[in-house]
Design a protein around this ligand. Structure first.
Ligand SMILES: [Zn+2]
Length: 286
């Protein structure tokens, strides 16, 4: 794989499309190499695909989701799946959290070493993972943030994980997030349609449970040109998107906001950048 480009660290198959599909497509369209590391196989995902019998599919869901991920990555131009090899931990407070094979229970140093090996193999200019709440609090997303941030720093130090390949300094590191202005807009739009919002506290719809204050956002990337391709890649995750799927049934007036913009906190940049960037590659050569 050529050096440079974008590497996104995600928790489950399909997260790469929802949180970073647009920036992956934009980078690929401009000729930059792109890659996705997926920490778990998504074994505990809800099976909602049209015509799929959840009981029959459940035992082979990992294989199904791996094939779906491969197809989504092909549509995104992001190469082959790179799986960290952990098991889906399930939503917070569920039994999956206690499975010793789960990402949530993974020995931290072992998980960091595995991700360092991927980053050193890809040698990206930009690494993206999630904000500290893992966007919405799922244990695997929170763990992806923790492991992602540490690996993105540790990979530069040859003294650390010498068996994981030659050291590589990642010049820019970002955390995928959403600003509260979006969560409020989405909550109000869904309320008009009588639909609950996944972004607000059901007990107090004015209270955002997803995202960060707008002022924290360091990069807002306009990916409206990529929405069609992004939705095609989302549909490739057929077991996860059914007729009642939230992401495929958003009201029309939310499409540009929900799919056409991707937001990031800037964790670190080695190159000079403006306070607010409109591209993750700002300041990098070519
Ligand atoms: Zn996820």
């Amino acid at each position: 794989m050529p050096e440079g480009g974008l590497l996104c660290v995600h928790a489950h198959p399909d997260d790469e499309v929802i949180a970073t599909g647009g920036v992956l497509l934009r980078a690929a369209a401009s000729g930059r190499p792109t890659a996705v590391v997926t920490c778990t196989g998504g074994e505990l995902g809800e099976i909602v695909g049209e015509g799929m019998d959840p009981v029959a599919v459940r035992p082979r869901l990992a294989a199904v989701r791996r094939a779906e991920l491969a197809e989504a990555l092909r549509l995104l131009g992001a190469g082959e799946p790179r799986l960290l090899g952990y098991r889906d931990s399930g939503m917070a407070g569920t039994a999956g959290n206690d499975d010793p094979r789960s990402f949530w229970r993974a020995p931290f140093d072992e998980a960091v070493a595995r991700l360092v090996a991927e980053i050193r193999a890809v040698r990206p200019e930009v690494v993206v993972t999630y904000d500290a709440h893992g966007l919405y609090g799922h244990p695997d997303h929170v763990q992806a943030h923790r492991v992602g941030i540490v690996a993105a720093e540790a990979c530069a130090m040859a003294q650390l994980y010498p068996a994981a390949g030659p050291a590589w300094r990642v010049p820019k590191v970002y955390l995928a997030t959403v600003p509260w202005s979006f969560t409020r807009f989405a909550t109000a739009s869904l309320a008009r349609l009588g639909l609950p919002s996944p972004f607000a506290d059901p007990a107090d719809p004015g209270e955002a449970v997803v995202g960060v204050p707008d002022a924290w956002v360091g990069a807002t990337v306009d990916v409206r040109d990529q929405v069609g391709r992004k939705l095609a890649a989302l549909r490739a995750h057929a077991s996860q998107v059914g007729p009642r799927s939230f992401f495929l049934n958003l009201p029309e007036d939310l499409h540009d906001a929900a799919y056409g913009t991707e937001w990031f906190l800037r964790h670190r940049s080695d190159v000079a950048v403006p306070d607010h960037e409109d591209d993750l590659f700002t300041g990098l050569p070519g």
